[in-house]
Design a protein around this ligand. Structure first.
Ligand SMILES: [Zn+2]
Ligand SMILES: [Zn+2]
Length: 341
């Protein structure tokens, strides 16, 4: 089969490789679409701790089952599916309470232990496979994973009816949070981003206010839009390190600041200010099975439409170019999918 292999930092080659070996509880999936994620960029640049070359990247996927192992009971060939790209050890306290994302021994799709979906086929244990039914398009199926990140963060922040929500960063994750918080009943939503295209996309998706992250009046504007109090819940999805302290200023007393962005270095945190305002500053990583199930349900029921996020579809053979685009931002996009067909 053809696979896009990260052979060394900044180099992806299309190679002919053996189809993945299947165990008796695995299904073989013919990949149709696979999303290009920010974490892949870290791998491309050689700074990701788990995704190190040589490796087949890719963990946002939709496809069709073409072969089933002898002990597979829940699926048949032809099923349209997506993949929960984490396998927990199944034994630790975190796995036992359903928090696979916190398992120290978890195996992640798109690493040496579990080759990813920048390929024509991947092998997946059936417990990590989710049906898309007829209601979720294969394009949307490849965006379930980032949507699950948002579902997890919004659930953990406890967004509720009438909340005022600030989202710092209007990329794929920020916009997924916008879609989920609106459904959760947020009354006012604000997205900040330095890229005009992202701010316009947020407006297209129904945000109340879209503000330039470099606007010198950003702080007074946000305060004014929230009746002088600040937002109830703030999500940080852009990794500029000054945003954490900005969030503390823009979030109301007793409000919650949820960090989703990742940082290579430690980040300054004005804990004195957060303490005196009795704020909760916390974060999330990935999702659990319940979040994933809910993300699929929201799309299947037409409650959330992720299709406006998919702004570019390239071929698998363009994998190198897609990561260069992510790195250099020579054009505007939200989510890039690679198609294998
Ligand atoms: Zn991802
Ligand atoms: Zn575990």
């Amino acid at each position: 089969m053809k696979a896009a292999i990260l052979t060394k930092p900044y180099q992806i080659q299309i190679q002919d490789v053996e189809k993945p070996v299947m165990q008796d509880r695995d299904v073989l999936i013919r990949v149709v679409f696979t999303g290009v994620c920010g974490s892949e960029l870290h791998a491309f640049q050689g700074t990701h701790t788990l995704r190190t070359p040589p490796v087949i990247l890719g963990h946002e996927i939709s496809g069709e089952i073409v072969k089933i192992g002898s002990n597979v009971s829940k699926f048949v060939c032809g099923d349209r599916v997506t993949v929960f790209p984490l396998l927990g050890c199944g034994e630790c306290a975190n796995c036992l309470e359903g928090s696979i994302n916190l398992c120290d021994k978890k195996v992640v799709l798109g690493t040496k232990q579990w080759q990813g979906s920048f390929a024509e086929y991947i092998s997946v244990p059936e417990q990590a496979v989710y049906p898309l039914f007829d209601k979720v398009s294969l394009e949307a199926g490849a965006v379930i994973e980032p949507l699950a990140v948002a579902v997890h963060a919004v659930r953990k922040a406890g967004v509720t009816v009438g909340d005022k929500v600030l989202i710092m960063g209007g990329g794929t994750i920020g916009l997924c949070i916008l879609l989920v918080t609106r459904q959760a009943g947020a009354f006012i939503t604000i997205v900040t981003d330095v890229v005009e295209y992202n701010r316009k996309k947020a407006l297209e998706l129904g945000v109340t206010y879209s503000i330039d992250g470099k606007d010198e009046y950003l702080i007074p504007k946000c305060i004014e839009f929230t009746d002088g109090k600040g937002c109830d819940k703030t999500f940080i999805t852009a990794s500029a390190s000054h945003l954490v302290n900005q969030a503390i200023q823009l979030t109301r007393k007793k409000g919650t600041i949820m960090v989703l962005s990742t940082y290579e270095d430690s980040v300054p945190l004005d804990i004195q200010k957060a303490r005196s305002r009795e704020q909760i500053v916390t974060g999330t990583t990935m999702y659990n099975h319940e979040d994933f199930r809910r993300a699929i349900d929201l799309v299947a029921a037409n409650i959330i439409d992720v299709s406006p996020l998919i702004t570019k579809v390239l071929k698998l053979s363009d994998a190198q170019y897609s990561l260069e685009l992510l790195q250099d931002r020579t054009e505007n996009f939200i989510k890039i999918l690679l198609s294998t067909t």
